[in-house]
Design a protein around this ligand. Structure first.
Ligand code: NAD
Length: 374
């Protein structure tokens, strides 16, 4: 039996608890949240032990233990830092830190202390991402050239998000989500897959904008749309889009010399991976519309049912870290990986509408519509 502890007992902590139940050998030794009411509701629901404060939480850790940081993004740096200083391995929800300077400091701290530091998301360890990675390695679609990856969530400002409540009763933290922004919240879901499959990114050309700034009454909201061209060191280029404005679209397509590898659902570990072979029929160039389903042919990992928007096993990352500690090997989700992911994500989020964009110097009058289209 191995144990881990959780700090931050809000909306996502319930998803972790539900996922951890698929790993009966892992136990949650203690949890802490600075909001006493939330902490009590969480502990009552999941029958777990509460720490009385951060110091008590640290005191209850066993040597070589893993702490799961599920606090809000604004607290990540401070909590990650304090847990590392106390001498524990840390698995942090994304982003590792909202400032690159802080992310570098955490990375150095973990290295100096010989501790593991990883950040979510961990869907890269899931079946769909691993199947896609194998298909690329096996050259199923030939040499990969271009990737289109979409993380559009629909027009969320008009969703009934005030009714979204987690299993133990935590409301979806919409203000924090809008202040943090969908790029910091979601880009990592495909970025982590792409970096794992293709390696590091050399250049980011991105644009981001806050298209609906009036989402909340007080506070400055982050971009609710971003698009990036990612130039990988291996020559592949990817276009990644994040928004909470455009219609829901979570597909990823890897375009190779022989066809296209595709997945439609980023947030489903069991999403089918398909290969759409390219061929010519007479004078037409086609990619097979349905595609051949690719399977690994072996038992993979426990799946969880759909809860809210996702069918993802959130425990895959923490369990990978626990296994790495037990087996005295590096964690697949390394601190280098987390740092690179953080840097690319922030480059996209902070692109703004002017950086790197070309300002047009010519102008023209608006065109009149056709008479039949007035
Ligand atoms: N909401 C989701 O669907 C979702 C999904 C995946 C990942 N995440 C990520 O999970 C993280 C948490 O999101 P959430 O939705 O659970 O937020 P939340 O606001 O529901 O919960 C965060 C909890 O952390 C506590 N907290 C904050 N700072 C703390 C500190 N210094 N010490 C102790 N407790 C502290 C808060 O009191 C709160 O209860 C974020 O990084 C988010 O990006 C959220």
């Amino acid at each position: 039996m191995t144990t881990l502890s959780i700090i931050g007992c809000g909306f996502v902590a319930d998803l972790y608890m539900r996922s951890l139940q698929t790993f009966p050998d892992v136990q949650v030794s203690c949890v802490y949240d600075r909001d006493a009411t939330r902490l009590a509701a969480f502990c009552a629901h999941w029958n777990v032990t509460a720490a009385t404060g951060f110091e008590d939480f640290i005191k209850r850790q066993t040597s070589g233990g893993v702490i799961l940081n599920l606090t809000n993004p604004g607290s990540h740096h401070e909590v990650n830092r304090d847990c590392l200083i106390a001498g524990f391995h840390v698995y942090s929800e994304k982003p590792l830190a909202t400032e690159m300077e802080h992310a570098h400091a955490l990375h150095t701290l973990a290295k100096d202390k010989g501790l593991m530091l990883a950040s979510a998301p961990c869907s890269v360890l899931g079946e769909a991402a691993q199947t896609l990675g194998k298909a690329v390695r096996d050259g199923v679609a030939g040499t990969p050239r271009l990737v289109y990856a979409e993380l559009d969530d629909g027009f969320i400002p008009q969703a009934r998000y005030k009714d979204w409540i987690s299993e133990s009763g935590a409301p979806w933290p919409y203000e924090d989500e809008f202040i943090t922004g969908c790029t910091l919240e979601h880009a990592g879901y495909y970025l982590s897959w792409l970096i794992a499959i293709f390696g590091p990114i050399r250049t980011v050309v991105a644009a981001s904008a806050d298209l609906i700034p009036e989402k909340i009454e007080t506070g400055e909201t982050a971009p609710d749309f971003s698009v990036a061209a990612l130039y990988f060191e291996n020559g592949v280029v990817a276009r990644l889009t994040c928004s909470i404005v455009a219609p829901h679209d979570h597909q990823i397509r890897v375009v190779g010399d022989n066809g296209v590898l595709s997945i439609k659902k980023a947030w489903d570990n069991a999403a089918p991976v398909r290969f759409h072979k390219r061929f010519n029929i007479r004078r037409r160039l086609l990619e097979h519309p349905i595609g051949q389903r690719l399977k690994l042919g072996r038992k993979t990992h426990p799946k969880v049912g759909r809860w809210g928007a996702a069918s993802m096993n959130f425990a895959l990352g923490p369990v990978e870290m626990l296994n790495a500690v037990a087996e005295q090997r590096p964690c697949r989700l390394s601190s280098d990986f987390a740092l690179h992911l953080n840097e690319v994500t922030l480059a996209i989020q902070n692109a703004g509408k002017n950086t790197g964009a070309q300002v047009m110097t010519t102008s023209c009058d608006k065109m009149e519509p056709m008479s039949w289209a007035v």
